[in-house]
Design a protein around this ligand. Structure first.
Ligand code: DHB
Ligand code: FE
Length: 289
């Protein structure tokens, strides 16, 4: 039986990749941001995941405006990063698990989520930066991965509720996998930010902190927001909050907060981090020592 250990939700600003490469973790600008991550890494190490299922959004590396899947699920043996033009170093390739991917895809389609299946898939900063935050200086990633890309680039976007329901369906699919696997869920993006237009630089701390609280307590309340609500409250790119909702949806048991961090700004973004533990009756998240 596969076990869902919990979720890490984090911002994925590309500049973080540059700061990691230049070892700026102690720099006064970066320190309050990076100081949030050791506790997340300690928790991840304690729950010993062997698979990461990551909800993220592709920003034009793999999918462009001409062909834009609403939900795209990886089914590749390997996922490579490539130069996106941000000037950040590319990271080593990630190992996939096609058997697990196809199991999740079959379950999702049976559950009426008609996803795009990707047997080749480049992953961008929204996937690689959070992985580098959890496993810094990695040359050989210690986990297999299943990337799930949600369109937040080309209108129309899937609604926050639909993304939450996708997460729930992914959670059911993971737990229906008849293999011993310890699965960590990742949701990347947000929190409030807007990169261009009249409101460029817009940040909404009150809304972000409310979302971080409600994501633990009452995610259905957040799922009631429309896309337009999110744009208004969190900025155009703040809609990346839907990845947090999808990750939360995948947690099937009693959910408790392990750790959080919030820091303004990193580049143009309010940077958030949340670590959630998932406790199911059948399989406690933390294995006995
Ligand atoms: C920034 C934030 C993002 O989420 C992103 O995908 C690209 C850039 C930023 O704040 O610079
Ligand atoms: Fe982004």
């Amino acid at each position: 039986m596969a076990t869902i250990l919990g979720a890490v939700t984090t911002s994925h600003v590309p500049a973080i990749g540059g700061a990691i490469a230049r070892k700026l973790q102690q720099d006064p600008y970066w320190k309050p941001f990076f100081d949030g991550y050791p506790a997340a890494r300690e928790w991840v190490a304690s729950v010993r995941p062997d698979i990461v299922v990551a909800f993220y959004n592709d920003h034009g590396l793999q999918f462009f405006l001409d062909k834009m899947p609403t939900f795209a699920v990886g089914a590749a043996p390997e996922y490579r990063h490539a130069d996106e033009g941000w000037g950040i170093p590319t990271v080593p390739a990630f190992r996939g698990d096609p058997e697990f991917s196809w199991h999740v895809i079959e379950q999702l389609v049976a559950d009426e989520f008609d996803v795009t299946t990707c047997q080749e898939m480049l992953v961008d900063h929204a996937f690689t930066v959070p992985m580098s935050l959890l496993w810094p200086d990695t040359v050989d990633w210690p986990v297999r991965v299943l990337p799930i890309a949600i369109n937040t680039v080309q209108y129309p976007f899937p609604s926050p509720r639909r993304c939450y329901r996708l997460g729930q369906a992914v959670g059911r699919a993971i737990e229906a996998w008849d293999r011993d696997a310890r699965v960590l869920v990742l949701g990347t993006g947000g929190l409030s930010h807007q990169l261009d237009g009249e409101r460029a630089g817009y940040i909404n701390k009150r809304f972000d902190l409310m979302c971080m609280e409600e994501l633990v307590r009452d995610p259905e309340a957040l799922a009631r927001f429309s896309t337009v609500d999110l744009v208004r409250e969190a900025g155009v790119q703040g809609v990346e909050l839907v990845m947090w909702l999808a990750a939360r949806g995948a947690l099937t048991g009693a959910v408790s907060k392990v750790h959080s961090n919030y820091h303004i700004p990193i580049s143009n973004t309010a940077a958030g981090l949340l670590v959630l533990e998932n406790r199911t009756k059948a399989a406690p998240a933390r294995a006995a020592a």
